[in-house]
Design a protein around this ligand. Sequence first.
Ligand code: NAD
Length: 312
Amino acid sequence: MTARTLDGQALAKAMQEEIRPEVAAFTAQHGRPPGLGIVLVGDNPASEVYVRNKLKAGAEIGFRADLERLPASATVSDTIALVERLNRSDLHDGILVQSPLPKAMGAGAEQRVFDVIAAEKDVDGLTPVNVGRLVQKRAILVACTPSGIIELLDREKIPIAGRHAVVIGRSDIVGKPMALLLLHRDATVTVCHSRTPDLADICRQADILVAAVGKPGLVTNDFIKPGAAVVDVGMNTVTDAAVATSLFGEGHPRLALFRLKGSVLVGDVHPEVADVAGALTPVPGGVGPLTITMLMRNTLRAAKARAGQPVG
Ligand code: NAD
C-alpha cells in the first residue's frame, strides 16, 4: 500500500482564501484589520523562521501583524509588561508569545508570561481559562496545531467518531489539546508519552495515530495498523548523515538534498510508514502550514468576538 498524502499545504491555501474575504469584511466594518501581536524574545534561529512565516502569512491575508521584539537579556517582568501593553491595545486582537523563551529566564517563565495574556486575545489557546473551556467543549480559541489537524481529518473525510485515536506526546500545546479535541469528536483516545511501555503495540491499535514527540523517525512500520491515518506533527532538523541515511536510504532524493544542504527537515514518522498507512501527512507540507493558518483563523475569531460579532 502507498499511503494517500494528506496535503496540509493545499488545505492551508484553501482556508486562507476562505479567511481572506472575512478579514476584508471585518476591516471594512471596523475601519481597521484584525490585529496580531507576536512577542519574540531573544534570537533563537528556529523561532526567527517561525515568526517570519507567521508575519508573512498574516500580511498576505490582510491582517495587521506586528512583531514585538525583546533582547535575550530581557527579564520575565519586561516580557510581562510587553504582554500587558498588548492586552490594552485596541489594535491587537490576538497575542502570541513565541516559545521557547530564553533559558536564562528560568523554569516556569513561559507559564508566568502565558498566564498574563488576556483570555480573549489568547490565540494559542494556552491560558488556564481557554484550556478550561476546551476541557468543557466550549472554547473559542483552541491551540492551533491540534485544531488544524481536526480540520484536515474532516476535510479529508477521515472518520473520527467511534475510532481509536492514539496520540503520542502530552505537551500543553499539541498532545493534550489534540487528545481533548479527538475525544470531543467521539474517538476513543489513548495518550502515550515518554514513559509508556510497549509503545508500538499500543500505536498498532490506532485507526488515527498522531505523533507529536520531536524524535526523527520514531514511528516505524511496526507502529502502524494497515490502512491507518497517520498525522506527523514532528519537526526535526537532522544534521547527522547516519540518521539521514537511515531515514531515507541511498538513492532517495531527500538524502541527496541533505548532502547538498547539510540538513533536512523530518517528522517523527519514518518515511517507510507510507508503505503501511492508509493516509499520511508529509513533513514538510503537512501540519506546519495548517498551524499558521489556524493562527490566522483564531486571530479573526478573537477580533470578531471582541467586536461582539458571532465567530462562526
Ligand atoms: P514537547 O517536547 O513539549 O513534548 C514531547 C512529548 O513527547 C512529551 O510529552 C514526551 O512525553 C513525549 N515523548 C518524548 N520521548 C518519547 C518517546 N521516546 N516515546 C513516546 N513519547 C515520547 O514537544 P511538542 O511541543 O509537543 O512538539 C512535539 C514535536 O512537534 C516537535 O518536533 C515540535 O517541533 C513539533 N511541532 C510542530 C508543530 C507544527 O506546526 N508542525 C507545532 C508544534 C510542535
